[in-house]
Design a protein around this ligand. Structure first.
Ligand code: PEP
Ligand code: MG
Length: 875
């Protein structure tokens, strides 16, 4: 028996999304629920997968199945394909298992030809409507199925409007449209060298193939890459009998959410257009009306829609994003799916739904994508900046956040300039899927046209990127490279600021501030904390970072990079002196100056952190970052060291390394200059004892970086312990402390059992561990890594997302060996990967006790850890 490739809507359900795609599965579900859905069928994703392997063989199998289902459709509707009395028309839409907004294409009114258009005119007694549908079909089919640029047809439409002296499409009459259809067909023939296909079945087969092909277009591939969607999944194709929103003033089409996707407010949110078809709303061609006004225009339809939206939300236990059409006063649902939302809305809706009893707390925690929290943690403009600056234009607050940058008028220019390091804002009349790359790279997006559900708004929200849409005072001339607001003209050299939370547009660069987290966010994070058992610490080096991280809920410091404490000018001088000193005495004198500064820093950090753990890492300066370069700096140092500048230069030359990342850093510095480790150990313990005297029971965690062998590590630990004993003796007080090491060299991971015997904790330094496992320089990889990603040689940047196969193997080995030798060994990660959700989940399952990440990523890591715990329990 051949495989079943086609399912009627009454054969499927919502759990069949991998086979029927999200749209198909939900259309089937709604059909079963008794919701008004135009009848149809779905060609499966398996058919798409096979299409890519052997398209002819697929069609041999598919042909009959499609024919059977068309017969059913004809029966169901009492219409026939190509009829001159009452023709069956269908829509053809893609629908992948994971929603891919704007990535794929739709064809409406399929089945129209020179005969059927007469039938449609007769049946509807509306010749104008019939020819309008036909001309739309020719354009859509030519563009989507045949790859002919739609501008060819748009130009003919514009010419016709000009010729008739009208502005709107709706002002063209039946005869105008009849002429236009002929002109469209001629254009088609001119471009394709053959007549426009008249046979409905041929049209349908071409359309199905076109949907399959669109799975492989560049935009779809890019979208999948950005959203980690498997290329092998394929798309389904939905064929559905047409309903018409363009049949006059009692017809219309719209898109609406069951709650507000920007704020989460529990109130219908959306837009519709009277007398319009399908994509008109999403494309932002005309400016739509707000959904609540439908209550006045068509109260019964509004009531039915509101009830349906509630029913769907209750059924799916989630916010729904719906497309609907009203045909002569009758409502039809064309799609429902879980609505994409801003992080703000996701958190509010999750909290509200728990309060409404729709979902439980665990479900609420699983609802919010950790990556999306980024959008909540984004900055806003300061109050002063808002007071001092006057908005020059206002659009819709499409996606929150504050963005500043120079103007870019094309996606290409935005992408290029952003890659060159410039901060840019992409400004478009309206965006289309082709603009995706520019939208990804720009700091923010501004469009002159389009509503809250326009492409720009939907995509920006999905990306958590600041976006203002539909700012009608903004006039964009892409060819000239100008943006005009009133009589002011701006070019690519001008900087603008966007407020995606209010829709305000400012000229110039406004000051931004960190986000304030309260209310729903606090409630939500409270639940996150309830279900999470992995601790989340932060990487922070200064009291300022520490305060920020505490605001975000950090539970400790997993990495305090002491070398970062010396970036300030007055301090770096002493560090340079210490590094460049040729003899012990000079070095010690520099260290004596550094000691009180370090002690004070540690004291401040410990005080801020209270009883929360703080891991201080001993100095790990890649020396090249700290050596003086300028003549003036060299002269100053020479003067202070009381030597000739030439001697300083000589010393710099001696310290110069061919391969500094594999050079004289980390504990190697402590092996060569034990007095440096001793000074730091002393500063840590003196600060901690000071805290104990203040009543704060600090347990210092001293971390030694870059160990590769137990003996070198022991050497440094002995020095540290010895110095600490001296401090204890001097102070007449002993306190508990821990000594651990970073596992960031493969050999350390492999010999972790030996290392664990002399340490209290490991912290995985996955930045270096990745660098050294791949043999890929952290500093230079940017020169060729993008190429690896482009060519799909690497699925992800291994410096962002932990490579579980290779680097993960070393981590797992170290965990196993380390714990076998020391069952109390405490384990954490402090590389950049500690704030990346998929890595946090992975490391939770590997058995790490904590992850440490930059302050802004603390809530993200917390949420990922809570989800990992719930997912494990649900297994
Ligand atoms: C690491 O290597 O992962 C690490 C945290 O240390 P650094 O980035 O300072 O080398
Ligand atoms: Mg490191």
């Amino acid at each position: 028996m051949t495989e079943k490739y086609v399912y009627s809507f009454n054969e499927g359900n919502k759990d069949m999304r991998s086979l029927l795609g999200g749209k198909g599965a939900n259309l089937a579900e709604m059909t079963t629920m008794g919701i008004s859905v135009p009848y149809g069928f779905t060609v499966t994703t398996d058919a798409c997968t096979r299409f890519y392997k052997e398209d002819e063989k697929l069609w041999e199998d598919l042909n009959n199945e499609v024919s059977e289902h068309i017969k059913d459709l004809e029966k169901e509707n009492g219409k026939t394909f190509g009829s001159t009395e009452d023709p069956l028309l269908v829509s053809v839409r893609s629908g992948a298992p994971i929603s891919m907004p704007g990535m794929m294409d739709t064809i409406l009114n399929l089945g129209l030809n020179d005969d059927a258009v007469l039938g449609l005119a007769k049946k509807t007694e509306n010749e104008r409507f019939a020819y309008d549908s036909y001309r739309r079909f020719i354009q859509m089919f030519s563009d989507v199925a045949m790859g002919l640029d739609k501008n060819n047809f748009e130009k003919l439409l514009t010419a016709k409007k000009n010729d008739r002296g009208v502005e709107q499409d709706t002002e063209l009459n039946a005869d105008d449209l009849k002429e236009l259809v002929e002109e469209y067909k001629e254009k088609y023939k001119e471009l394709k060298g053959e007549d426009f296909p008249q046979e409905p079945r041929e049209q349908l087969d071409l359309a199905i193939s076109a949907v399959f092909k669109s799975w492989g277009n560049d935009r779809a591939i890019l979208y999948r890459k950005l959203n980690d969607i498997d290329d092998a999944m394929g798309t389904a194709v939905n064929i559905q009998s047409m309903v018409f929103g363009n049949m006059g003033d009692t017809s219309g089409t719209g898109v609406a959410f069951s709650r507000n996707p920007a704020t989460g407010e529990n109130k219908l949110f959306g837009e519709y257009l009277i007398n319009a078809q399908g994509e008109d709303v999403v494309a932002g061609v005309r400016t739509p009306q707000e959904i609540h006004t439908l209550n006045e225009a068509m109260p019964e339809v509004y009531e039915e829609f509101a009830t349906t939206a509630k029913k769907l939300e209750d059924h799916y236990h989630d916010m729904q994003d719906m497309e609907f059409t009203i045909q002569e006063g009758k409502l039809f649902l064309l799609q429902t799916r879980n609505g994409k939302r801003t992080a703000h809305a996701a958190v509010k809706a999750a909290v509200d739904m728990v309060e409404e009893g729709l979902i439980d707390k665990k479900e609420a925690v699983l609802r919010v994508n950790p990556k999306d929290l980024d959008g909540l943690l984004h900055p806003t403009f300061t109050n002063e900046a808002m007071k001092e600056n006057q908005a020059v234009a206002q659009g819709l607050a499409a996606s929150p956040g504050a963005a500043v940058g120079k103007i870019a008028f094309t996606a290409k220019d935005a992408a290029k300039r952003a890659s060159d390091g410039e901060q840019v804002i992409l400004i478009r009349e309206e965006t289309s899927p082709e603009d995706l790359e520019g939208m990804v790279k720009a700091n923010g997006i501004l469009t002159a046209r389009g509503g809250m559900t326009s492409h720009a708004a939907v995509v920006a929200r999905g990306m958590g990127k600041c976006c203002v849409s539909g700012a009608s005072e903004v006039h964009v001339d892409e060819d000239e490279g100008t943006m005009r607001i009133g009589d002011q003209v701006y070019t690519k050299d001008d900087t603008i600021s966007l407020d995606g939370s209010t829709g305000d547009v400012y000229i110039g660069s406004l000051e931004t501030q960190s986000p304030q987290l309260e209310g729903n966010f606090g409630t939500f994070m409270g639940w996150v904390d309830e279900f999470r058992d992995m601790k989340i610490r932060t990487n922070a080096d200064t009291p300022r970072d520490v305060e920020q991280a505490l605001d975000f809920g950090a539970e400790g410091i997993g990495l305090c990079r002491t070398e970062h404490m010396f970036f300030k000018e007055d301090r770096i001088f002493q560090v340079r002196k210490m590094i460049l000193a040729n003899d012990l005495e000079t070095r010690k004198s520099a260290l004596d100056k550094i000691l009180p500064m370090q002690e004070d820093d540690f004291y401040q950090i410990y005080t801020l952190m209270g009883d929360k753990p703080v891991t201080v890492r001993l100095l790990d300066p890649p020396l090249h970052e700290f050596l003086p370069r300028g003549e003036a700096e060299i002269k100053d140092l020479a003067l202070d060291l009381n030597i000739e500048p030439a001697r300083v230069r000589e010393r710099i030359a001696e310290l110069e390394e061919v391969n500094p990342m594999l050079g004289f850093r980390g504990l190697r510095l402590g092996v060569r200059y034990p007095e440096i480790s001793r000074m730091q150990a002393r500063a840590i313990m003196q600060a901690a004892i000071h805290c104990h005297e203040d009543g704060i029971e600090v347990v210092p965690e001293i971390m030694i970086p870059l160990s590769s062998d137990v003996k070198e590590l022991k050497y440094v630990i002995d020095e540290v312990n010895d110095e600490i004993q001296k401090v204890f003796e001097e102070k007449g007080k002993e306190i508990k402390y821990l000594v651990g090491t970073m596992i960031e060299i493969p050999r350390a991971a492999i010999t972790a059992d030996e290392i664990a015997e002399i340490t209290d904790f490991f912290s995985f330094g996955t930045n270096d561990l990745t660098q050294m496992t791949f043999g890929l320089s952290r500093d230079d990889a940017g020169k060729f890594l993008p190429l690896y990603l482009e060519k799909d040689l690497f699925a992800k940047d291994p410096f962002q997302v932990l490579d579980q196969k290779g680097v993960g193997f070393l981590v797992e080995t170290a965990v196993e060996k380390g714990r076998s030798a020391n069952k109390d060994l405490h384990l954490g990660i402090c590389g950049e990967h500690g704030g990346e959700p998929s890595t946090v989940k992975y490391l939770y399952n590997v058995g790490l006790d904590y992850a440490s990440c930059s302050p802004f990523r603390v809530p993200i890591a917390k949420l990922a850890a809570a989800q990992a715990a719930i997912e494990k329990e649900n297994k």
